[in-house]
Ligand binder design. Sequence first.
Ligand SMILES: *Cc1c(COP(=O)(O)O)cnc(C)c1O
Length: 355
Amino acid sequence: MSRFWSPLVHTLTPYVPGEQPKIANLIKLNTNESPYGPSPHALDAIKAATNDSMRLYPDPEALALRTALGQRVGLGADHVFVGNGSDEVLAHAFQALFAHGEPLLFPDISYSFYKVYCGLYKLPYRMVPLSADMRMVVEDYTGPCSGVVIANPNAPTGIALGLDAIRKLLDMHPDRVVLVDEAYVDFGAQSAVELVRDYPNLLVVQTFSKSRALAGARVGFAFGQPDLIEALVRVKDSFNSYPLDRLAQAGALASVEDEAWFTQSVQRVMASRAMLSEGLRELGFEVLPSMANFVYTRHPDRDAGELAAQLRARAILVRHLKGERTMAWLRITVGTQEQCQALLDVLRDSVLRNS
Ligand SMILES: *Cc1c(COP(=O)(O)O)cnc(C)c1O
């Protein structure tokens, strides 16, 4: 607290990111990073771009990257926005598209940053409860609103909606934007990007941080019709003309061009997810059906906070989110096959053995 602060700053409750501890040999399953490295071509491109041209500003429009992202899904660069991580893309979207006076609708259990942006931009919001089995009920997203934001697959549940449900949401609110945050869509869910042509009110947001293993480069993007993209560009150019540096643009572009690496690493994560889910169920855990690179799980008679602490003491980090409806659950990132096995072994041979 300080008398120098603008009044708004006193009211902010910032997002708290997962721990990034500097402990060696840690099995880090708490922030949904990829256990595999980025495409080797992406790393080569970043190295190749590390030269004298770094004295020059990067392309403020990131046109090569936007063109490649659009081409991959059959859209022009005018349908693509890029930002410094999808968090920044989301922030710009909240400011550019959701300040209409009515509440913004999003699930009560979802990415906790949505609430934070509402605080930052003073947007009223209404959280729509997930059902008892942790599913989104799209019929509940009714009434006057400034827009709808969902994560699909949802985080931290991992449960995905089909395109029928997304279409229903879009049809329910033709005069409001429905933002679909697809941070985890590449791990088996269906992307709404194919609906962009038909729905002027759809904005699809994705990221290089999860399926493309470039969380360190901070690159996110959005697909939408050109007038939505223009709104984002206006906000961006009123904030920071160069959100993507030269290295990020070069690495992201090479990553998009390496479809083989992408497919392979996503498939490896999906295979480990099946093995981890099955192993947890064998140990007595309930595991929600995940389409993401993490699983959401609870044990019928173990305290989740205790489990997380005991795993941490054995150098395995998982995420335990506080809050009434999430307290009983653990969110565990899908690591390599070996990491998942190590987690299961520690649970079986040690943590679940001591009571
Ligand atoms: C990780 C994540 C993001 C943000 O990713 P960036 O690293 O900022 O691109 C956005 N939404 C959800 C649901 C996420 O889990």
